[in-house]
Design a protein around this ligand. Structure first.
Ligand SMILES: [Zn+2]
Ligand SMILES: [Zn+2]
Length: 94
């Protein structure tokens, strides 16, 4: 019995899957590169979701920031906090 590759398309690049194993499950991807790329994309999507939940160090509000090093929900919160810190330092010196 010959297993047909008709209608078999790679789940990542939609290209035809040329090599089909004689036994075992039919492949989902045309090659290891596509399998890796699809898994990598899923991985980075998940990481992005975790990273978006952040708490502003200026006002304590929750916000979603693209970068992990974002510590404030807005530039205003960042400035306010900086001013407070410098004021505290000058008070201590005086
Ligand atoms: Zn592919
Ligand atoms: Zn804030």
């Amino acid at each position: 019995m010959v297993r047909s590759v008709e209608n078999r398309a790679c789940a990542h690049c939609a290209g035809p899957i040329a090599r089909v194993p004689v036994r075992g499950p039919l492949p989902t991807y045309c090659g290891s590169a596509c399998r890796w790329a699809a898994g990598h994309k899923r991985d980075s999507d998940r990481r992005r979701g975790e990273r978006s939940a952040l708490t502003c160090e200026g006002c304590g509000a929750g916000f979603s920031g693209g970068k992990r090093k974002n510590r404030f929900c807005s530039p205003g919160c960042c400035q306010r906090r900086r001013r407070k810190v410098s004021q505290f330092v000058s008070d201590g010196e005086a």
